[in-house]
Design a binder for this molecule. Structure first.
Ligand SMILES: [Mn+2]
Length: 275
């Protein structure tokens, strides 16, 4: 497929005390992408204010989502969003759901479910609420006009849920595949067939990978998938479904040297998405 990369170095949605490393991560990935098909969304330098939404730095997160939407409107092929924190997926998925004529399934490759509400979130960080916001439980100010259906979501490689997130996922009937279900892509393909969707958005938070595969993530969780399992799953999805968008998020290398160590795995994921 032909793709356009939209780099969004947002850090304001992260709950990490070193969130600004996400700027370095976005820049490191951008440096390896073809400039002719890469756009960069400018991110405010300030942290921003919560404006009583229950979302930390809400004003920045919201302004970046609007800027991202404008940048995505200029993309005529398939957008691949490069974070930044997971919150950057909000604009891309909201747009994919709104523009599609049929149901869009979302595969959420992430150690975390990102299903908190402003009331349930332990941190107030938007990156832990982004999927819930798309489903209609986020801050009212960001409520999408077209909601994502919980029956169209597959949590993939997810293994660290807060109690409130696990309760919601179960009540809403959201499909969840733990990392041990990725020996082959078969379980994921079956779960996607069950959604009835033919179009798919692929979200990748790099912390879906096992910590032995990548160092530069700020919320690592043990017992993740391998890079080979992730890329095989992505390629299998592309064989059967139409990918309408994708994102790679949460790269936050500690140093430029550490970034170099992680980039081969990240570029394998980029290749699986677009080549
Ligand atoms: Mn995560």
């Amino acid at each position: 497929m032909t793709a356009t990369f939209v780099v969004i170095p947002q850090w304001q949605g992260s709950g990490s005390s070193r969130a600004m490393r996400l700027i370095d991560g976005a820049e490191a990935i951008r440096g390896d992408l073809p400039a002719s098909v890469t756009r960069v969304v400018e991110v405010p330098t300030g942290a921003g204010e919560s404006l009583e939404t229950g979302v930390h730095r809400f004003s920045s997160v919201s302004a970046i989502a609007e800027a991202a939407e404008l940048a995505l409107d200029d993309v005529s092929d398939v957008p691949v969003v490069i974070g930044g924190d997971c919150g950057v997926e909000f604009a891309g998925i909201r747009r994919a759901v709104r523009r599609s004529t049929g149901p869009v399934a979302v595969v959420w490759f992430d150690a975390h479910a990102d299903l908190n509400t402003p009331a349930s979130s332990p941190s107030g960080a938007f990156h832990g609420m982004v999927l819930r916001t798309l489903l209609g439980g986020g801050p009212a100010e960001l409520a999408p006009a077209a909601l994502l259906d919980p029956g169209h979501v597959v949590l993939a490689g997810t293994r660290a849920l807060d109690d409130a997130e696990a309760d919601y996922a179960e009540a809403a009937g959201i499909a969840m595949l733990s990392p041990d279900r990725f020996e082959t892509p078969d379980a994921l393909i079956a779960a996607l067939r069950d959604t009835g969707a033919t179009e798919v958005y692929l979200h990748v938070d790099l912390d879906v990978l096992d910590p032995s595969e990548i160092a530069g993530v700020q919320f690592p969780e043990p017992f993740g998938v391998t890079t080979a399992q992730l890329t095989a799953a992505i390629r299998a999805v592309r064989e059967e479904f139409t990918v309408v968008g994708a994102g790679i998020t949460e790269f936050a290398p500690a140093t430029p040297e550490a970034a170099v160590d992680d980039l081969p795995a990240i570029l394998r994921i980029v290749s699986a998405l677009v080549r």
